[in-house]
Write a new protein. Sequence first.
Length: 132
Amino acid sequence: MHIASYDAKDVTATIDGTFITGFAEGTFVEGEKSEDTIEVSVGAQGDVGISEINNPTGTITFTLQQTSPSVSYLTRLANSKKIVPVWVISNNEIKEKMGGTKARVLKPSGKTFSNNIEQRSFQVQVFDYTEE
C-alpha cells in the first residue's frame, strides 16, 4: 500500500526572484491557463474538426495574510507595471511547476479590515504560462 504525503511548506513561489511568504490558510496559490487548448466543431453530418487555440496566457493567484511582508512587495510590483518572471514549484512527492518568464501583477489587492487577520489576494497575469 502506498500512502502519499503532502506538505504546504514544500511549495515555493517566487516573483522576480523574490520568495513570496505569509500565505493565508486554505488555498494559498491557484493557477490556470486562460483558455482551453482546442475548440471542437461538429458538422451537421457528424464530421469533427479541431481548431488549435494558441493563447499562451494564464493567471496565478496568491492569497496572503494581511500581515505578510509580501503584501507591500506585490503592491509595489503592481504599481510599477514591471514585467517579471513568476514560478510556483511544489517539491512534494508529486512534483509540479507553473508560471512563466513574463508576468505582471494585475493590481493591488482589495482591502478588508476586521478584528481578525484578513486575506489579501493578488492576481498575476502570465503571458507565457506553462505547467509541468
